[in-house]
Ligand binder design. Sequence first.
Ligand code: FPP
Length: 242
Amino acid sequence: MLDMNRIPASIAIIMDGNGRWAKKRFLPRVAGHNAGMLAMKEIIKTSSTLGVKYLTVYAFSTENWKRTEEEVSGIFKLLVRYVDSELEELNENNVKVRILGDYSVIPEAAKERIEKSLKTTENNTGLQFNIALNYGSRAEIVRAMNRINQDIRESKLDRDTEITEELLSRYLYTGDENDNIPDPDLIIRTSGEERLSNFLLWQSAYSEFAFTDVLWPDFTPEEYKRLIEEYQNRDRRFGGRK
Ligand code: FPP
């Protein structure tokens, strides 16, 4: 049974397997992403209901640009469609949308919808839904270092500032600019792959991992709850001992 008093506050998901889901059905890859978007919708709802505070999803990595033009533009068109049909409901459900990654370079229509989502939901106090878009963890860490450097040059930071873990954390996408998202308690990856793929490398230092063979479009609230329950049965020690 799921212990409602011990729901992880911060969950991150690598939504993998859309392509294989489509292939199995002789459908174009974009159809898989469309089905994945529907699955994502349900998981946001379930996260809100369970009282998860931060849900972070890997929607588009810095490496995903290598896919065909058709697939890339298909994903961003889906994003536009998703915001147009769901923003109102997300807002009514008090969900606050945030972006991790440099979205300045995504197609204009998608960028517009992102900005609208951020603005519309900025004062909401329910689930914080973080979308990693054109995100890569190594690039994020390098960017943080450069931003610290810049703040020193512009005298926003003292010139002999010591770089600490806390300081670096604040300059990551998950830091100050996105209200300091707590490190994920649990990271889920679907579709049987068991790797991090440049996602939240710094933030996952003490995360628990849960893997499932289910392809992302087939991922249900029931499977989600099963993985959270599995997480609740683990013994987290953070390097110490009990
Ligand atoms: C991984 O599956 C999934 C992606 C790269 C895209 C995720 C996108 C969505 C779930 C829908 C769009 C939603 C937004 C907010 C943009 P894959 O294509 O790598 O699958 P495969 O490993 O089976 O090929």
